[in-house]
Design a protein around this ligand. Structure first.
Ligand code: SAM
Length: 264
């Protein structure tokens, strides 16, 4: 890719450009773009994914923060092919980009967790998401209770998406070569009748509190909420640690607190 030689990768924007054509092909096959899909690519960079996606889609919306890369994209593609949103992907109102969005991207690793949380707010507008992230982050996203990877990220994202890790990508597939292995993950929003807490903000707080001290038993970690809970009725043990509690267990804890705590 001759472009790469003339663009100095910026670490502050998490720039590691895909160069391995077989990996690019595998990612695009996993996404399976179809003409008419309303697709948004976060961080198109030098276009490694943009180019093959456009072959199938004919039109794509991209969000890119780097002014120099935006300039290149404008020189390379017509406005009919590419709608370029030149901004921070964390600040975008995704509901304005269309319905049944298909969101894709080799994400800048430095903002991957906040971006995943920001996108959760738009899950009702999303058909699916395919992301490349650090393997370690993807392992946490899909982790099951009772494993050391099971974390706040697992519970929060699993409450909103069905997720599947598709495959790992070697650091050598990128230029510059990152220090870590990456993985591709597919995220499909769960339907409206998914198990859901009555108060989603409180649910997020319960999960946050429980994992903030993940080595402590729940009765310690939940602090002043502990005496409010009828643990036996909830089927959750006060001596469990956060990593042993299922998504449904966290929902039951949160719903019990919704009834006991004075409303805000
Ligand atoms: N898609 C390209 C590829 O696979 O080669 C580039 C991927 S690179 C890991 C991440 C891209 O996201 C870069 O183009 C970077 O400039 C862009 N980026 C970084 N932070 C961003 C942000 N906050 N909002 C939008 N784009 C961002």
């Amino acid at each position: 890719m001759s472009n790469q030689r003339t663009h100095q990768a910026r670490a502050r924007f998490g720039q590691n450009f895909l160069k391995d054509l077989s990996v690019i092909d595998a990612i695009v096959r996993a996404i399976a773009p179809k003409e008419g899909d309303c697709m948004v690519e976060i961080g198109p960079g030098l276009g490694a994914l943009t180019e093959p996606l456009l072959v199938a889609l004919k039109h794509l919306t991209v969000i890119e923060i780097d002014r120099d890369l935006v300039k290149r994209l404008r020189q390379t593609y017509t406005p009919e092919q590419l709608t370029i949103v030149e901004t921070d992907a964390l600040a975008v109102d995704y509901s304005e980009l269309g319905e049944r969005l298909r969101v894709v991207g080799n994400l800048p690793y430095n903002i991957s967790t906040p971006l995943l949380f920001a996108l959760m707010a738009y899950a009702d507008h999303v058909r699916d998401q395919h992301f490349m992230l650090q393997k370690e982050v993807v392992d946490r996203m899909v982790a099951k209770p009772g494993t050391s990877d099971y974390s706040r990220l697992s519970v929060m994202l699993q409450s909103r998406y069905r997720m599947r890790k598709l495959f790992d990508v070697d650091p050598q597939a990128f230029e510059p070569v990152p220090k870590v292995t990456s993985s591709i993950v597919r995220m499909v929003p769960l339907p409206a009748d998914r198990p859901k807490a009555k108060d989603e903000a409180l649910f997020a707080e319960v999960v946050q509190r429980a994992f903030a001290q993940r080595r402590k038993m729940l009765r310690k970690a939940l602090g002043d909420w502990t005496p409010l809970l009828d643990w036996d009725a909830l089927g959750v043990s006060p001596t469990d640690r956060a990593e042993q509690v299922s998504l449904e267990g966290f929902i039951r804890l949160s719903d019990a607190l919704t009834e006991r705590l004075p409303s805000k």
